[in-house]
Structure formats: structure tokens, C-alpha cells
Design a protein around this ligand. Structure first.
Ligand code: NDP
Ligand code: 2IT
Length: 448
């Protein structure tokens, strides 16, 4: 058997034996390993250096108890995590997720993908991820604040502006980052660069809130341009209605497309006139209510329980922006029957391995999250730069830099796929390009 293939298979077997129950982590690793063979064949020195095993094992995992008190005086205990995955090219960087499903497997898959994503931005940031199985839904502001204070009381000793810089993810937005930052500051004094995604008046960057959603649309726009197309006149489906989804919807409309549906974890809205972005923003960001409220504001829209990917309407672009594994093979096939010509992921790993195979068999351009949603962390890195310089750039300056970063990620991913004889395969392009930066940097530092 060919050396590279044997090495990949043996590595996967070892990883699986070590953590057989970590299904999401194993899935992310498998997706990566499936596309890395051509680069290992071209560079046998990486096999000799056992680079895969070194990359797949996180540098460090921290797990801790988070005790907190409800408004009624009841004592609750959640579990906190920080996975410091890889610091070859910079301080660990990546979000915190607060969601009841959070466990070590989920944080490890997110941390693993973050390493490659961050390297694709071209900015000096390593990869990490963290979070808790705490559910902010239905909690009062005071309860969320007490939880965040307890979480940060432990986390603060493991992070720092030049060491590990967390940000938001599912369930962690400006409110949570504000509380986390407040507690960090009480314990350590002023250090703006220790967290990103801060409210602007606490040293946050203009444009960070919008960055992931805008970024995925800028990336998709580049992809469409290469197909001789644009967003103009296209119907688009965006899953989720959180931070990423809201600003993806806004940008699609700005570029002349129409988002006809969006969702939350209970169901989805279909609005044939186009989803009204301001209504979604009001319901989800301000009132923190369910998406079903939308039809009270727009009586011509419809609300359905269940998965948005079961929708049977004609549309051309799919932007999954909710969560991992929301699209399986069946849903991907349905998407294509509905007329989809391009898929780009705002969420992390929303398409499972079967779904990816369906897109690839159908020759549909498909942009994996680690490339398409890198705009969020890229603007986080710009926030770190502004904090170090003690300067604030204008919204337009940040947006322009974001646009350029997304364009250069697209070009690098596309060209790498071509260079390794898999033209149009953006999964291979993203994995190989990300891999090369990290592998070279790790090897140049000796055995790390
Ligand atoms: P939010 O918490 O703001 O929004 C999450 C959205 O996804 C909500 O609409 C939520 O619905 C929905 N959702 C969450 N879990 C599920 C589920 N199990 N099934 C169906 N829907 C679900 O998070 P973000 O918008 O920040 O994150 C969305 C995705 O984007 C995640 O995969 C995240 O990792 C990724 N991402 C985020 C970045 C960022 O900068 N925030 C950067 C890059 C990627 P409900 O309200 O009902 O829970
Ligand atoms: O998945 C991601 O890239 C994020 N949640 C954003 C991370 C960050 O540090 O801004």
C-alpha cells in the first residue's frame, strides 16, 4: 500500500482507539484526513516527522467545575472547558460556546477546525475553543452574569492577551463577553486584548458583530463570480437566526439576493417576500424570543416546525449558519432537487460526511466552514491589533479588510485545490492550505 495512505489510516485508527466516544471530533478528523493524501505523497518528510499525530492531539485540555446560583437561591453546577489546541503560529484563539450539548468531543472538534481556519486568515493566531454545558436560554441577565463570573474566575488563570484569547460562539454574544470581561478585569486589571467580540465601548472592534455573517457572503460572492454568477436575483436559504445568520441575511439582501427562509432549533420561517432582517434582529438579539414570533409581524409568512433543510421550495444558494451536522445526505439531496447551485458554511461542520459526498458527486461548489466562516475570527484578530495599538478603526476600514481577507482565503483555497489536482474541491483546498502553514511552522520549531 502507498506510504501516505497507510500512514493516514494508521493515524486514524490510533485516534479512534484513544477516544472512541468522541464522535464529532472523529468526524472532523476524518474529513481532514480524507483530503490530505496528495500533500503527504508530495512531502514524505511530514510522514517521517509524524506530523499528523502531533497536529491531532491538542496541546492542552482544561476542564473545570462552574458552580453558580439561580435567582431563587438554588445552587447549580456546570462543566467548563478550554481546549488549547495548537499555538504554532500564535496565541490560542477561538470562541466559547454555551449550549447544553457541549462536551469534550464538541469542543475538540471545534478547536481542531479552528487551528486550520485561523491559519487560513493569514494572521498570527493559533487555535483553541472552550465553553460549557450551561444553557443561557430562559435564564435572567443576573443568572447569566453570575454564571459568567464563576466561569471566568477559573478560566482567567489559563488565558491572556499573548497566550489565549477567547471570544463568542453559540450562546455567547456581546452580553456574555461583557460579563466575562468584567470579571477578568476585577481579577487581573485592565487588559482589553484578553477577549474579543467585546462591546465597542469596552474596546471591541466595529464590524466584529457582523464579521462572520458578512464574511460568509463575501466568500460565496467570490465563488459565484468564478461560476459567472452573482447574488443578484438568487433565492437563498440561511439556517439559524443567531449572530452569524442575522448578518448573512443582511448582506445577501445588500448584494441583491433574497433570503426566503431562516430558522431556530424549533422550526423555520418561509417568507416568499424575503425575510425581514430588522424583524429577526429585534426578535432574536433584543427580545431573545423564538423565531415563530416572526409571523405576528409578517402575516404573509409561514412558520413550520422541524428542520429548515426539509423545505421544498426553489432556491439556489444554501448558507447553513446554525450548528454541526444539521445537514445529512438526505437533506443534501433534497437541497439539490430544490435547485441549489452553491453551498457555503457559516456554521462549523453543519454538513455531515454523507452530505459532503452528495455535494461533491453533484459537482456543486461547496465551501467548508473552516474557510467560509473565517471572517469572524479574522476580525477578532483585527480587534487584538487595535487593542495592542490602543486605536479604533472605522467600520468601513474593518469591513474593507474583512472583504480582502475573505477574497484571499477564497483564492488560496481554490488555487491549492488546483495545485493538488482536485480543482473545485474546496474541502481539499482548505485542508491542504491550512495544513501546510501549520506543518511548516511546527517543524521549524523542532519537536513541539
Ligand atoms: P448564536 O447562538 O447566535 O445562534 C445560533 C443559532 O443556531 C440559533 O438560531 C440557534 O437556535 C441555532 N441552533 C443552535 N443549536 C441548534 C441545533 N442543535 N439545531 C438547530 N438549530 C440550532 O450562535 P452563532 O450565530 O454565533 O453561531 C452559529 C454557528 O456559527 C455555530 O456553528 C458557530 O460555531 C459558528 N460560528 C460562529 C462564529 C461567530 O463569530 N459567532 C464564527 C464562526 C463560526 P436556538 O436559538 O433555538 O438555539
Ligand atoms: O468558530 C469561530 O471561528 C468563532 N466562534 C469565532 C472565534 C473568535 O475567536 O472570534
Amino acid at each position: 500500500m502507498q506510504e501516505a495512505v497507510r500512514y493516514i489510516e494508521e493515524t486514524y485508527k490510533k485516534i479512534k482507539k484513544r477516544d472512541p466516544e468522541q464522535v464529532e471530533f472523529l468526524q472532523a478528523v476524518k474529513e481532514f484526513l480524507c483530503s490530505i493524501e496528495p500533500v503527504l505523497t508530495a512531502h514524505p518528510e511530514f510522514i517521517q516527522q509524524n506530523i499528523l499525530e502531533r497536529m491531532i492531539e491538542p496541546e492542552r485540555i482544561i476542564q473545570f467545575r462552574v458552580p453558580w446560583m439561580t435567582d431563587q437561591g438554588e445552587i447549580k453546577v456546570n462543566r467548563g472547558f478550554r481546549v488549547q489546541f495548537n499555538s504554532a503560529i500564535g496565541p490560542y484563539k477561538g470562541g466559547l460556546r454555551f449550549h447544553p450539548s457541549v462536551n469534550q468531543s464538541i469542543i475538540k472538534f471545534l478547536g481542531f477546525e479552528q487551528v486550520f481556519k485561523n491559519s487560513l486568515t493569514g494572521l498570527p493566531i493559533g487555535g483553541g475553543k472552550g465553553g460549557s454545558d450551561f444553557d443561557p436560554k430562559g435564564k435572567t441577565n443576573n443568572e447569566v452574569m453570575r454564571f459568567c463570573q464563576s466561569f471566568m474566575t477559573e478560566l482567567q488563570q489559563h488565558i491572556g492577551p499573548d497566550f489565549d484569547v477567547p471570544a463568542g460562539d453559540i450562546g455567547v454574544g456581546a452580553r456574555e463577553i461583557g460579563y466575562l470581561y468584567g470579571q477578568y478585569k476585577r481579577l487581573n486589571g485592565f487588559e482589553a486584548g484578553v477577549l474579543t467580540g467585546k462591546p465597542v465601548f469596552l474596546g471591541g472592534s466595529l464590524g466584529r458583530t457582523e464579521a462572520t455573517g458578512y464574511g460568509v457572503v463575501y466568500f460565496t460572492d467570490e465563488m459565484l463570480k468564478d461560476m459567472g454568477q452573482s447574488f443578484k436575483g438568487k433565492k437563498v436559504v440561511v439556517s439559524g437566526s443567531g449572530n452569524v445568520a442575522i448578518y448573512a441575511i443582511q448582506k445577501v439582501h445588500e448584494l441583491g439576493g433574497t433570503v426566503i427562509a431562516c430558522s431556530d432549533s424549533n422550526g423555520y420561517i418561509w417568507d416568499p417576500n424575503g425575510i425581514n432582517y430588522s424583524t429577526i434582529k429585534q426578535i432574536k438579539e433584543v427580545e431573545r424570543k423564538r423565531i415563530s414570533e416572526y409571523i405576528h409581524h409578517h402575516p404573509k409568512a409561514y412558520y413550520y416546525e422541524g428542520s429548515i433543510w426539509d423545505i421544498e421550495k426553489n432556491y439556489q444558494v444554501a448558507l447553513p449558519c446554525a450548528t454541526q451536522n444539521e445537514i445529512d445526505g438526505m437533506k443534501a439531496k433534497k437541497m439539490i432537487r430544490n435547485g441549489v447551485i452553491a453551498v457555503a458554511e457559516g456554521a462549523n461542520m453543519p454538513s455531515d460526511l454523507d452530505a459532503i459526498e452528495v455535494y461533491q458527486d453533484a459537482k456543486i461548489p461547496y465551501a467548508p466552514g473552516k474557510a467560509a466562516n473565517a471572517g469572524g475570527v479574522a476580525v477578532s484578530a483585527l480587534e487584538m491589533s487595535q487593542n495592542s495599538q490602543r486605536l479604533s478603526w472605522t467600520f468601513d476600514e474593518v469591513d474593507e479588510k474583512l472583504k480582502n481577507i475573505m477574497k484571499s482565503i477564497y483564492i488560496e483555497v481554490r488555487d491549492t485545490a488546483e495545485m493538488y489536482h482536485t480543482p473545485g474541491n474546496f474541502v481539499a483546498g482548505a485542508n491542504i492550505a491550512g495544513f501546510m502553514h501549520i506543518a511548516e511552522s511546527m517543524i521549524s520549531q523542532g519537536l513541539v
